[in-house]
Design a binder for this molecule. Structure first.
Ligand SMILES: [Zn+2]
Length: 144
């Protein structure tokens, strides 16, 4: 899990990450080949230029729709990037809410953008819950 630790610490610039829970449908063969075992699932951490097409194929829906949908809802995602608190969880006590898929990348510190982007490298995390709600979270690396 060394690459995972490095990614969440912001030490893998230009990389993107996919986490897929074991309860979700299994990964296609080409994704399985590069995936590593993670807590309760599989994880791919690779340079975006190499992995974008692969992750685009695995995410439901594709990367751009996944991030767009997720940006509409805020929810807490754990810094370890394999679990979170679904914004629907409080209203549906009878359901389990686990992250089935998660996509994440780090945006390097950018002073002219201001706000949290001037404070440090920012982790962007997008998730799809088992209840099919998409949500997102972002934080300055090491601040959470
Ligand atoms: Zn949920």
């Amino acid at each position: 899990m060394q690459s995972h630790e490095q990614f969440i610490a912001g030490n893998r610039p230009g990389h993107i990450m996919l986490f897929q829970h074991e309860n979700a449908t299994s990964l296609p063969d080409d994704a399985s080949k590069v995936a590593k075992n993670a807590a309760e699932g599989k994880m791919i951490i690779q340079p975006a230029v190499m992995a974008r097409d692969l992750i685009d194929k695995v995410l439901v829906p594709n990367i751009s729709q996944f991030t767009e949908l997720s940006q509409k809802r805020q929810g807490n995602i754990e810094p370890y990037l394999t679990s979170g608190d679904c914004p629907e969880a409080n209203s549906n006590h009878d359901e389990d809410h686990i992250i089935e898929q998660l996509f994440a990348f780090v945006q390097p510190k950018h002073n002219s953008l201001g706000g949290i982007y001037a404070d440090g490298d920012v982790m962007h995390a997008y998730a799809r819950c088992s209840c099919q709600v998409h949500y997102s979270d972002r934080w300055v690396i090491a601040s959470k």
